[in-house]
Write a protein that binds this ligand. Sequence first.
Ligand SMILES: Cc1cc2nc3c(=O)[nH]c(=O)nc-3n(C[C@H](O)[C@H](O)[C@H](O)COP(=O)(O)OP(=O)(O)OC[C@H]3O[C@@H](n4cnc5c(N)ncnc54)[C@H](O)[C@@H]3O)c2cc1C
Length: 291
Amino acid sequence: MKDGMYTATGQGQDGELTVKVTVTDGKLADVEVVDNHETPGVSEKALTEIPKRIVDGQSYNVDVVSGATKTSQGISGAVKAALVQADVGEAFSAHVTQTSADDQPVKHLSADLVIIGAGPAGLAAAVTAGEHGLKAAVFEKNGVAGGTANMGMGPLGIDTDIQRKGFNDISVPEALEEHMTYTHYRVDEDLVQTYFNLSANTIQWLEDMGVKFAGAFKYFKESNATWHVVQPDDGSQPGPGAAADMNKHLKARAEALVPLFILKHQPPQLLETTARSLGLQLRPLTVNVTM
Ligand SMILES: Cc1cc2nc3c(=O)[nH]c(=O)nc-3n(C[C@H](O)[C@H](O)[C@H](O)COP(=O)(O)OP(=O)(O)OC[C@H]3O[C@@H](n4cnc5c(N)ncnc54)[C@H](O)[C@@H]3O)c2cc1C
């Protein structure tokens, strides 16, 4: 592990929590929960005890504090994500080597792929890149990942196991014909067909990542039941915003595979782009990415 300070987020009982992890001499020197929304009176022990257990055991695989399981798991997950940065950072030969003209530190990364924006498209690209061994880095300007889809309910799927289990038979050619007729052939048929063809595997891929679906539903009366509505992890009734839990799983998987930089309302400024490199101003850092 490369020495340095790393921050990452995890999912606690009442929302995201953020940890700061310090690695010194290749060892876990300190873990601190720097931001959380956990319930006072219930979570205190986990917030202090879990970081201590992680440092003492030099591992994020520690016993949870009883009565605060989700808080404990959130801290462990965040530390795991931070340590991925420490490892991946090394693989990426990321290091602060110089300061820019206005005295901001400059971080140099080398990556095969740079993804700007951690909406579902960016997160899915990041996970796919990571699963194929590509060195990718994701930059999100907002404080949360998931983009607009945090307001949605779920993705489309055609010929999925969920549909088959519900005796809801719909084939890709059938769905494509309906879609093209409905849109008066004004859309890119090849693109729609590719999307439809991949959709069943995508639903399965999400399920393998831990996303649960309440079922496949009709978006409107005349449509087929292709809308795979996400079942919220807390067991509540699915409704607007249910897809936020899909994004949480995508984000966790992305963080386990590639560095994810959540910038909290600091829109990155593109400094210089060539075919092989990209400069980003991400206060308080300037990042030069070589591809
Ligand atoms: C209310 C509502 C409900 C919806 N419901 C559904 C649904 O149930 N099912 C469905 O399939 N679709 C639904 N949609 C559509 C769906 O949300 C979008 O198609 C989907 O979010 C697009 O994903 P994306 O990753 O391409 O873009 P976005 O979700 O827009 O994500 C883009 C990300 O990039 C970030 N970003 C932008 N510029 C920069 C920059 N310069 N630097 C760094 N980061 C940047 C943004 O902050 C954002 O996080 C819904 C949309 C809305 C508005």
